[in-house]
Ligand binder design. Structure first.
Ligand code: DX5
Ligand code: ZN
Length: 231
């Protein structure tokens, strides 16, 4: 059976004066999950939102909340985000002293656990934890800001991650984050990603449903091989 494709708009590019409306609008427009970027001005050079905002948006958000923690340390925020209604909590291995323990902590709180790989982070960080994960996030930009260009080396990394996930046989989402647009979504899905985060690509457009549909259609075409990736 073909992998399902999920589109997850990143809140980082939404209008922060109208966050509740923005969340409801992307959900109504067909988004599969809400990507919630948490930055701490320490692990990454930017500062965004925390569990209070997640809890405030939770009742307005009929789709899963996919929390991307770009914070150090990680562990003490896990319970806060679980209590705030997070469905998935993803963190960066460089930000945790004990990656295996942090994954266990996330799962013990009833959330799905994800590990995020920066552009320079090798896939071998998955070596002893892949069987504990629900999601692998391949960063296609350096974390910290929306609106950066897609780093094309992420495509090879996605292919390698996809092989590892398929060999393991467990259903693990392969998410990609950074610089995802309608015009590269097919190549990204052809490389094996099945959950596409899109911040500026969605929120810069007046019609969220149109861009989410276009991202999904391109990704499905790429997944199904109805697309020849550029050399
Ligand atoms: C970057 C964030 C991304 C970002 C994506 O550190 O993790 O989720 O918001 O934004 P775009 O899609 O504009 O690159
Ligand atoms: Zn993100």
């Amino acid at each position: 059976m073909a992998r399902s494709i999920e589109i997850a708009p990143s809140l980082l590019s939404a209008d922060f004066a109208r966050l509740g409306e923005e969340v409801a609008a992307v959900a109504a427009a067909g988004a599969d999950a809400l990507h919630f970027d948490v930055m701490d001005n320490h692990y990454v050079p930017n500062l965004t939102v925390g569990p209070l905002v997640c809890a405030a948006l939770r009742p307005l958000c009929p789709i899963p909340i996919d929390v991307h923690l770009m914070v150090r340390p990680v562990d003490r925020l896990v319970a806060d985000f679980a209590n705030a209604g997070a469905d998935i909590i993803t963190f960066h291995p460089e930000a945790s002293e004990h990656v295996h323990r942090t994954i266990g902590l996330i799962r013990d709180h009833g959330c799905k656990a994800g590990l995020a790989l920066n552009p320079a982070t090798p896939l071998c960080v998955l070596d002893h934890v892949l069987d504990q994960l629900d999601l692998v996030l391949v960063m296609s930009v350096n974390p910290g800001f929306a609106g950066q260009g897609f780093i094309s080396a992420a495509l090879d990394k996605l292919r390698a991650a996809r092989r590892r996930i398929d060999e393991g046989g467990r259903p693990i989402r392969l998410e990609v984050d950074g610089g995802v647009k309608v015009d590269n979504a097919a190549a990204i899905a052809a490389a094996g990603a099945d959950m596409l985060v899109a911040g500026s690509a969605v929120f810069s457009q007046p019609d969220y449903a149109a861009v989410i549909d276009a991202l999904r259609a391109a990704a499905i075409a790429g997944r199904d091989g109805r697309f020849a990736p550029a050399a």
